[in-house]
Design a protein around this ligand. Structure first.
Ligand SMILES: [Ca+2]
Ligand SMILES: [Ca+2]
Ligand SMILES: [Ca+2]
Length: 315
């Protein structure tokens, strides 16, 4: 496409009746974020957002400004080049690549592109780190290979390649902090953002809550994230399926009882007994009758999670 900042209305409808109007609204990256607060993530595609059910949540249009190719014309917003999705003050100058590096919870800049040595800079304290012998990626964008809370506290590490691309180096902050927070990887948006950094142009990964030096810790959401292979994960999935009506009737209580037995066995350190309880759980799934209802979706989800537990137990 041609330059969106000095272009005539450049949007060209695609052929799909529902999605055709999103043509040219994407850019080099994307984010997954719960932008409508319904507990499910939407795909923020650039100047458009796809709702969790696959429908178009919004597609942004605006009036082309004076000095553009067609002032006053209503045009779809197009390629924005970079995007930041979080609880942020949009009136502050939007950054290219940033990092949560300082003990006081402020944000630092990562500088250095092409043949420059990457550095971490603070607007008050100046240069905090020079990553000698390394380079960034993506030409003028100067992105590290990854910026993420890899070593879990809440500070981000910077992973950059050596200048000869033979190795990765990970730099971590040695500033001693008095602030305590769970690892950022426990934030569902942040976790998806870290995955996204590895599939498109790198942009900073953001939490879905306000993370800054003037944050209120009372506003930090408590996370209920259960890892695959835990009985808690299976319980969580079952309760979601009961809520949605995918599991209904007396079978719900039988399945709950199976999970309870497995939980108790895990707490007692009896893996064999826990595995037996999960096997019985899977048997129940295959034996509903009368008023019981387990949808196909529920079947697949519950069997998958039960299988994860059995694999974790090696049985
Ligand atoms: Ca949502
Ligand atoms: Ca939604
Ligand atoms: Ca860290």
């Amino acid at each position: 496409m041609t330059n969106p900042f000095n272009d005539s209305p450049h949007g060209r409808d695609g052929t799909d009746p529902e999605y055709g109007r999103l043509t040219t609204q994407g850019f080099h990256s994307l984010s997954a974020s719960d932008v409508d607060g319904d507990g499910k993530q939407e795909i923020v595609y650039g100047s458009a957002t796809i709702d969790d059910d696959g429908s178009v949540l919004y597609s942004s249009f605006d009036t082309l400004p004076a000095g553009s190719a067609a002032p006053g014309t209503e045009a779809r917003l197009g390629h924005g080049d970079a995007m930041h999705v979080t609880d942020i003050d949009p009136a502050r100058p939007g950054t290219n690549m940033s990092i949560k590096w300082a003990a006081d919870m402020t944000t630092q800049l990562i500088n250095g592109s092409r043949e420059q040595t990457p550095s971490i800079d603070d607007w008050k304290r100046g240069r905090l780190l020079t990553a000698t012998g390394t380079r960034t990626n993506n030409d003028t964008k100067g992105n590290p290979s990854l910026v993420a809370d890899v070593v879990g506290d809440w500070r981000e590490e910077m992973l950059v390649r050596t200048a000869d691309s033979s190795a990765l180096r990970m730099f971590m902050s040695t500033e001693v902090t008095s602030h305590k927070l769970y690892t950022l990887m426990q934030d569902p948006q942040y976790r998806a953002e870290v995955a996204r950094q590895n599939t498109s142009y790198n942009q900073p990964s953001y939490t879905d809550f306000y993370l800054a030096s003037d944050m209120y810790f009372a506003d930090v959401p408590l996370r209920a994230a259960w890892l695959p292979g835990s009985v808690k994960a299976l319980e969580h999935v079952l309760e979601d399926l009961v809520d949605s009506g995918d599991v209904a009737g007396p079978v719900a209580s039988q399945l709950r009882a199976g999970i309870k037995q497995a939980s108790k066995a895990v707490a007692d350190g009896d893996a064999e007994k826990a595995a037996q309880a999960i096997h019985r759980f899977v048997d129940f799934l295959g034996q509903q009758k009368g008023p019981d209802a387990v949808s196909d979706t529920a079947h697949v989800a519950l069997e998958h999670n039960a299988g994860n537990i059995l694999r974790a137990f090696g049985s």
